[in-house]
Design a protein around this ligand. Sequence first.
Ligand code: TYM
Length: 344
Amino acid sequence: MTKPVPRVFSGVQPTGNLHLGNYLGAITRFVDMQKSHACIYCVVDLHAITVWQEPKELAHNTREVTAAFLAAGIDADKHIVFNQSQVPQHAELAWIFNCVARMGWLNRMTQFKEKAGKDSENSSVGLFSYPNLMAADILAYRATHVPVGEDQKQHLELSRDIAQKFNNDFAKSIREAGYEDGFFPLPEPLISGPATRVMSFKDGTKKMSKSDPSDLSRINLTDDADAIARKIRKAKTDPDALPSEPDGLKDRPEAANLVGIYAALEGESVEQTLKTHGGGQFSSFKPALADLAVAKLGPIGEEMNRMMADKAYIDGVLKTGAEKARTIAAPVYEEVKKIVGFIR
Ligand code: TYM
């Protein structure tokens, strides 16, 4: 086996309510990466069950994320789209990483603290070791680049630590297996653009999230044009006009959020958006944002709905994707077994 080649991996959980944050922070970036890299995009159903999922809903949501990938422009023929549970090497490698990562590392994960809340004694063991499975997702393909939203930064740092510790712990065995510079690459997070952290429409200091009980806090990818326009109209703002420079958005979280969303949807920088809209009031900016959002998201939602009517097609895409994924992950895991000392 040769050195790691540049390769992109990323994942999205099938936990329902795919929203604008997922789209701008992750999925649009996945689409862009296809031009320059070999890409692997995974619907992470093993991660989803770290909190309870109703089995029928899990299957529906897995197809829905797949439909969103395809509708947004991910090419499943040229790249790889599949669901995690169809490729056993994710869980197998995660076990090895459970034995490489340290309790202290995982104890520092802020997302576990947020998700487990006050009742951490009652959360699943899987929720605690969640980041080890993420590291396994990426490293089962020896992937080098990982496009994600800002909230995944800490998890990706942990993936790098795990790769590094594996390379150190098994350095001798890795060299004996013929690798000069370690076995796993240290995967690089790609977190960039104007919408790496899309905020709630009801509170500009809180992340837009699937689990927010208020549907008005987010735009779902399956929302129709009326719902999109209504949610933008009702989004919280401040009374001031838009500034002409990004500096003027400091301490104005709601304004900064809407401008960032506009820039990301338009494919321009925040500076450019403010050049056009600076000095204007929200009463004119919001309708412009609603028109733009409907123009960009409407066709994706429609295409998702159309695809969701053909389950067999989606399941076929996932099956073919899983076969392709296994041809990469299986030989990597064979090497890991050799390095660790498992008899094969
Ligand atoms: P998940 O399913 O919560 O979110 C999927 C992607 O959407 C991004 N995202 C956001 N970006 C901007 N603003 C927001 N408000 C927002 N909310 C979510 C996330 O950063 C993510 O990129 N643990 C991951 C899934 C995962 C993964 C992986 C990612 C599993 N294995 C390996 C990368 C590599 C998660 O829960 O994402």
